[in-house]
Design a protein around this ligand. Sequence first.
Ligand code: NAD
Length: 479
Amino acid sequence: MTIDQNLIAKIAAEVMARVQARQPETASGGAGIFQTVDEAVAAARAAQKQLKKLTIEKREELIKAMRQAACDNAVLLAEMGVSESGMGRVSDKVIKNRLAATKTPGTEDLKSEAWSGDRGLTLIEMGPYGVIGSITPTTNPSETVICNGIGMIAAGNAVVFSPHPTAKDTSLVTIKLLNEAIIKAGGPPNLLTAVAEPSLAATNAMMQHPDINMLVATGGPAVVKAVMSCGKKAIGAGAGNPPAVVDETADIEKAAKDIIDGCSFDNNLPCIAEKEVIVVGSVADKLMAYMQRYGAYLISGPDVDRLANVILTEKAELAAAGCTEKPKKSYAVNKNYVGKDARYILSQIGIQVPDSIRAVICETPAEHPFVVEELMMPVLPVVQVKDIDAAIELAVKVEHGNRHTAIMHSKNVDNLTKLAKAIETTIFVKNAPSYAGIGVGGEGFTTFTIAGPTGEGLTSPRSFTRQRRCVLVDALSIV
Ligand code: NAD
C-alpha cells in the first residue's frame, strides 16, 4: 500500500488541531507536547501529582479510555508510522496497535503481598516511581507509546517520552490522542509528554533531568547502555537476533508456514521476529520447498552476493586495538532497506515478484553477515547443520548473548528443553510464529518493551513500580 506523504501530514495536522482546539486551557492544550524538556518534565510531574489523588478505579477508567482511543486510531497511526518511517506494513501495524491497546495489562497487574501473625500485619504494595523517561524506537513508534503509556499510567506514573526523530509525528500524535482520551475520561492533562522536536540532545537532557525518577529504553544497544550508565533505576529493552531452529521431528509444513508468517510480520521489524533459520540437514530441502509455498522467494548463487551488496554496507576495522594485521571486514545494515517489502528489496537486484511474496530466503554458511547481523527486513538466511546439537550450538552463538528471543520447531521434548536451557532467552516460542511470544495467537499479555538486559522480561505495569512496606505491629491480624 502506498501512502501519500502530503495526506499523512494533513491528517497529522488535523488531529493535532482537533486536540488543541478541544483543550485550550493549558500551555500544551493538555495534549502533552512542549517546546523544552524542562516544560515537558514539569507538566508530567504536575500530572502525576494529580493522578496520585485519584482512586485505582478511576485510574482504570483512564486506561479504558486510552485503549479505546488507540483502537479507534489504530489504522491512522499505522498509516502514519509506515509513511513517516518508511518501514513496515500497514495491515500488520494495525494488528500491533490493537494488540498494544487491548492486551497490555492494566491495574490488575499490581499485586500486594501480606504477612500476618502474632506481631500484626505487614503489607507490601507496588507504588509508582513518579515520572518515567521512556525512549522509544522507530520500528514500533505508536505501538510502544500505547503499550508503555498504558503500563506506566496503570502503575501510577506520568511519562516523558523521547521518541525516535524518524517517527516523530506518529509518536507525538499518539501521545496527543491518548492525552485527549484521558482528559475526556476525567483525568489530568499531560500525563504523557514529549518535546515538539525530539533529538539526541533532548533525550540526553531528559535522562539527566533531576525530576525523572526512572528510565526505560526500548531500542538498540547504544540507548540501553546510555540509560544503564545514567545512575538512575533503568530498564533496558535491547536488540535481538532470534534464531528459528527446526529439527527432523518437526511438522515441516507447519514450521515453514509459521517461520514465514513470523519473519514477514511488519516486514521483520519486531525485535522478536525470526532473523535466521537453523535446520537439521535431512529436512532442509523440504522446509525450503514449503517456505516457498507459503510466500518466500528463494535466491541462490550470485543473487545472494548481489543482495548483500545492496542491503549491507561494509566497514573495515582493525581486528584488535594496536593490531598490525590486515583490517578485517565487518558489515552494517543499510538502513534504507530496513522494514521494506520483500518485493521492493528483490527489485533492487532486478528480480520482479508479485505482492504475495512476503520474504526472501537463501541458503548461507553460518558465518554469513545475513546470519550474524540483525537485518530487520524480510530477508531470511537458512543454515543447514548436521544434527540438533550443532543446531543448538549455532543458535546460541548467533543470538549473541542478547538473551532476547528464540523459536524452535520440534516434537522432541528433550530437544526443545535442551535449546531453551542453553540459549536462556527471555522469550522461547515452540511450534508457532515468533509473535505468539507476545500474545498473538498465543496465551498471555503483550508488551513492546522486552527487557532482557535488565531482567524484567516482558514488562507490564508492575515493572514500573517501587515496592513499599507498611508495618502495623500487634494489630489487624484477626486470627
Ligand atoms: P535505536 O537504538 O536507533 O533508537 C531507539 C531510541 O533510542 C530512539 O528514540 C533513539 O533516538 C534513541 N537513541 C539511540 N541511540 C541513543 C543514544 N546513544 N543515547 C540516547 N538515545 C539514543 O533503535 P531503532 O532503530 O529505533 O529500533 C530498532 C532496535 O531496537 C533494534 O535493535 C531492535 O531489536 C530494538 N528493539 C528492541 C525492543 C525490545 O523490546 N527489546 C523493542 C523494539 C525495538
